[in-house]
Design a binder for this molecule. Structure first.
Ligand code: ADP
Length: 459
């Protein structure tokens, strides 16, 4: 076992704070890095030490400078780096360079990341493990004809996805052959500009599916467990807005099958650390694997609330070498993991729902939040006097509630979100409350088209 004394978080905002908290509870000293634009951000003050990076790089590139981050980590005597989500979290080169510098990367090995980190490769791994995937091509499309011939064989609609896309970006739905060629060219151009990589692939588009994903946790000794599923169907432009667990729209048998398939995929690559296997469930109830995220996810909180397992602490302990069944982690076997009650996470963002969810910026004059029994807040950069800049994602605070019943968890969420009073920047709180009050949400039956089809949610 290699006990960490100092951990650096190669990230910012709420996830940096989340990891610092886990470290402090484990008695580990924390190191933050921050860009010039983040000079006055809250997360910096939550770490024991913080260092400016990427002075001439710009707000995003500062957090992407592998060599500089590793250099600082070495200089400051850091034992391990936690990558959070986004930025370098799924970059095998970063994991490798940490390893080469003698620093533990808190996550899977570079090889595992390469095996499952890419959407196409992870589908190949899933097929080999006997898990159903959405019909699609096995490599990026090379010519127009290839796209047309795939769509002919699979049937319309199809979806074009940029290999390098993520966070719901770089996807186009195509409903007939006439649209396909134009959309394909546009997707390629757009991907080149946005991601510097114009590889596009194509798969069958499922109409109004549910997005169900499974939280996984593996150690360095070959043990893998799942922490059940999350329903992340409430999305806007393929981006998650509200997540909850357990999913109400699937049966016990479906839950067991989906969680079992997630384990099959993870086991086939001997996966370690925290990860998520994402699935879509179609109207007939069939599930298909779509991708694996080899990192912590924004919505991990809901799984923590129902299982009582601290996923971020577990990531750190696994990286230190502890087995899942050690006293430190305390997961003796899969059947010990019980999901109790219901948890819902709302992503409170600085977006204006009345103006097509445009991110808003400026100084926060008033910042008040709700708390109380069963309410958990994971804050990013919210405080009175904080300046919200246009450089980063608009997540302000995650409001997660827990209760014995789904109805009560909804009531708690509504109460807690209503207590969040922010002025100076616009937020989506009214919109979140409208979703929480909607009968389809209350029945746990929203599909991924729910927000697009209910325009009155922004009223
Ligand atoms: P990203 O990595 O950008 O988040 P994902 O592949 O995880 O992209 O997909 C995000 C969302 O896009 C899914 O939850 C779903 O709503 C939608 N989506 C992706 N692929 C399909 C598909 N083949 N059919 C229908 N919806 C899809």
């Amino acid at each position: 076992m290699k006990k960490f004394k100092r951990v650096l978080v190669a990230n910012r905002g709420e996830i940096a704070i989340r990891v610092f908290r886990a470290c402090h509870e484990l008695g580990i000293r924390t190191v933050a890095i921050y860009s010039r634009e983040d000079q006055n951000s809250l997360f910096r003050t939550k770490a024991d030490e913080s260092y400016l990076i990427g002075q001439n790089k710009g707000p995003i590139d500062a957090y992407l400078d592998i060599d500089e981050i590793v250099r600082i980590a070495v200089k400051k005597g850091v034992d391990a780096i936690h990558p959070g989500y986004g930025f370098l979290a799924e970059n095998p080169e970063f994991a490798k360079k940490c390893q080469d510098a003698g620093i533990e990367f808190i996550g899977p090995t570079p090889e595992m990341m390469i095996a499952v980190g890419d959407k196409i490769k992870s589908k190949i791994v899933a097929v080999a493990a006997g898990v159903p995937v959405i019909p699609g091509v096995e490599k990026p499309i090379a010519t127009d004809e290839e796209a047309v011939s795939f769509a002919k064989q699979a049937g319309y609609p199809v979806i074009l996805k940029a290999s390098a896309g993520g966070g719901g970006r770089g996807m186009r739905i195509v409903r007939d052959e006439r649209a396909l060629l134009g959309e394909y060219r546009m997707a390629k151009n757009e991907a080149k500009k946005a991601f510097g990589n114009d590889d596009i692939f194509i798969e069958k588009y499922l109409e109004a599916p549910k997005h169900i994903e499974v939280q996984l946790l593996g150690d360095k000794h070959g043990n893998i467990v799942h922490l059940y599923e999350r329903d992340c169907s409430i999305q806007r432009r393929h981006q998650k807005v509200i997540e909850f667990t357990p999913a109400l729209s699937i049966s016990t048998a479906q839950r067991e099958a989906i969680c079992g398939d997630a384990i099959k995929i993870a086991a086939s690559v001997n996966y370690r650390g925290a990860g998520t296997a994402e699935f879509l469930v179609d109207k007939s109830g069939k599930h298909y694997f779509i991708e694996m995220n080899p990192r912590i996810q924004v919505e991990h909180t809901v799984s923590e609330m129902v299982t009582g397992i601290d996923i971020v602490q577990s990531q750190i302990l696994v990286a230190e070498g502890y087995a899942l069944d050690s006293d430190e982690i305390g997961i003796k076997k899969q059947s010990d993991i019980e999901a109790r009650g219901y948890a819902i996470q709302c992503r409170v963002t600085t977006e204006d729902p009345k103006n097509d969810f445009m991110p808003d910026t400026g100084k926060i004059d008033v910042y008040r939040t709700g708390s109380g029994f069963g309410v958990r807040l994971d804050g990013g950069n919210g405080f009175t006097g904080a300046v919200i800049t246009p450089y980063y994602d608009s997540l302000l605070v995650k409001c997660t509630t827990w209760s014995r019943t789904f109805e009560d968890a909804i009531r708690k969420s509504i109460r807690a979100v209503k207590e969040i009073k922010i002025s100076g920047v616009k937020t989506n709180t009214d919109f979140l409350i409208n979703v929480l009050n909607h009968p389809t949400f209350k029945a746990g039956q929203c599909d991924t088209n729910f927000i697009a089809e209910n325009k009155s949610l922004t009223d």
